[in-house]
Design a protein around this ligand. Structure first.
Ligand code: HEM
Length: 511
């Protein structure tokens, strides 16, 4: 009875709801041609004309675009389950062997999958002192290798392009967490695997034509080439992780402590047989894959801001030197005492908004959102950029100014930091948010504690970017010089390596 009453109420509400407004859609292509090379900016312009909720058509797909904090919160949080679906785009089925957590739609199995994956990521990153220490250990090893490489490349006042080394550094942190293995910066096979991030993001970013105009794939075109590259990339990536899974599955002794996240997942699946075994490599592929493009792009932006705003870099060094000193390295425990460093991180995430639009969502039922009727199976684009650049929320949003996050006493304003939208909200919120923030904090604070970063005066200071699922800065070079020596990092890495070897010996002696 109650259910029927609710149903009638919803029906009445929906009768009062109207279709969202939107621009005229052309036959065949709909509004595809209007999005241009920067869909998030096109959406923000269209929101000025039609309001925060408007509709488009891309090919034959009906799309509703959500802009601004209120509409996004209302949909993803207040009506979470209704907006938690994913569209059945053909490209989504190619990810993680077709069992991707990120690209599968909302279902009971998906909810279990997400709970398990989220718990796992937490327990391997921020869940307790042991996990934090293990993460720090992997990260220190990568920071050491990376800074050594960049400083070496900068000798004699040269400038180096840091992009590729950053990709390897973050891929190695995640590879160490997931598979217990790191790769050399000159390992060409690993580079080939992790160096193709752009191709992934360009196929699945909102406004990509790969899925919405499938007929473009029927004859030679950039869309056809992008789809073929995407298919190959996903096959290689899943193949790499699946081979690791087979190795781990075959060598994990009953009763032995898990060596890494893959082992821990295999154990968990054994306790949770409702989750099929193939979901183990699929989930690790998602975790390894989702972290690649995002974290390496974040580090590129952070470095770019350090060199474009040398005063900000100097202020961070001053704060770190005062709190941490020069005799030890910054660590996770320092985070609450370094508000300016944290303000820099949040301002970098806000200003770059480098995941401008989330992975496309889809509605799982007919619904009414702030007076607008949105039928089931509508594709939903969530424009995070519009929240981070809303002039009603941020004064001079186009200025880079970390101090906007500090109160008059210099403390971090937590209300404001939580208004930065880059990890999305609700049931599809990124499961790597805390892990990412911790990695970005550690990398940044170690970078500025150890080195000075200088811009190339021959490069255009304008911060241009390329669009995909993530926005990347156009290639730039940097000069990196050591502030003292790498002795602190070297000895920390040696100490941690000795501890790791001792614990591995202990483990194998007990088997
Ligand atoms: C700064 C780095 C990162 C940013 C900005 C970021 C951002 C995002 C965004 C915007 C989404 C889509 C949410 C939506 O569709 O509404 C997402 C999903 C996801 N992210 Fe991240 N991410 C980052 C790092 C990571 C890392 C390190 C991991 C690995 C643990 C990860 C794992 C995932 C997964 C598995 C999903 C899919 C969630 C779902 O569909 O339910 N991300 N992320």
């Amino acid at each position: 009875m109650l259910h029927l009453g609710k149903h009638l109420l919803l029906q009445r509400q929906q009768q009062r709801c109207r279709e969202p407004p939107g621009p005229f859609a052309w036959p065949l292509i709909g509004n595809a041609a209007q999005l241009g090379s920067t869909p998030h900016l096109a959406f923000t312009r269209l929101a000025r004309a039609y309001g925060d909720i408007f509709q488009l058509r891309l090919g034959t797909w009906p799309v509703v675009v959500l802009n601004g904090e209120q509409a996004i919160r209302q949909a993803l949080v207040r009506q979470g389950a209704t907006f938690a679906g994913r569209p059945p785009f053909p490209s989504f089925q190619l990810v993680s062997g077709g069992r991707s957590l990120a690209f599968s739609t909302y279902s009971e199995l998906w909810q279990l999958h997400r709970r398990v994956a989220q718990g796992m990521v937490r327990s391997f990153s921020t869940g307790g002192a042991g996990a934090r220490r293990r993460l720090e250990q992997h990260l220190l090893a990568e920071a050491q290798a990376l800074l050594r490489l960049l400083a070496w490349g900068s000798s004699g006042g040269a400038f180096v392009d840091p992009a590729r080394s950053l990709v390897v550094a973050v891929a190695n942190v995640m590879s160490a967490l997931c598979f217990g293995h790191r790769y050399s910066h000159s390992d060409s096979e690993f580079l080939h695997l992790v160096g193709r991030n752009e191709q992934f993001g360009q196929a699945v970013g909102a406004g990509s034509l790969v899925d919405v105009l499938p007929w473009l794939r029927c004859f030679p075109s950039p869309v056809r080439a992008a789809y073929a590259a995407f298919r190959e990339l996903n096959r290689d990536f899943y193949g790499f992780v699946r081979a690791k899974f087979v190795q781990h599955h075959g060598s994990l002794h009953p009763g032995a402590a898990p060596r890494d996240m893959m082992d821990a997942f295999i154990r968990l699946q054994q306790e949770q047989p409702r989750l099929p075994l193939e979901h183990v490599p699929a989930t690790v592929t998602d975790i390894f894959g989702a972290s690649q493009d995002t974290l390496s792009t974040a580090l590129q932006w952070l470095l770019l801001f350090l060199i474009r705003y040398p005063n900000v870099q100097a202020k961070m060094q001053e704060e770190i030197d005062k709190i941490v000193g020069r005799d030890r390295l910054p660590s996770a425990e320092d985070q609450p005492h370094l508000p300016y460093v944290m303000a820099f991180l949040y301002e970098s995430l806000r200003f770059s908004s480098f995941v401008p639009v989330t992975i496309p969502h889809a509605t799982t039922a007919d619904t009414c959102l702030m007076g607008y009727l949105i039928p089931k199976d509508t594709v939903i684009f969530v424009n995070q950029w519009s929240v981070n650049h809303d002039p009603a929320k941020w004064s001079n949003p186009e200025d880079f100014d970390p101090s906007r996050f500090l109160d008059e006493k210099g403390f971090l304003n937590k209300d404001l930091t939580s208004s930065v939208m880059i990890f999305s909200l609700g049931k599809r919120r990124c499961i790597g948010d805390e892990l990412s923030k911790m990695q970005l904090f550690l990398f940044t604070s170690i970078f500025v504690h150890q080195c000075n970063f200088t811009a190339n005066p021959n490069e255009d200071p304008k911060m241009d970017f390329t669009y995909g699922l993530t926005i990347k800065p156009k290639p730039f070079t940097v000069n990196v010089t050591l502030r003292d020596s790498l002795d602190l990092l070297d000895s920390a890495v040696q100490r941690l390596q000795a501890e790791k070897t001792a614990s591995e010996n202990h483990l194998s002696a007990n088997l």
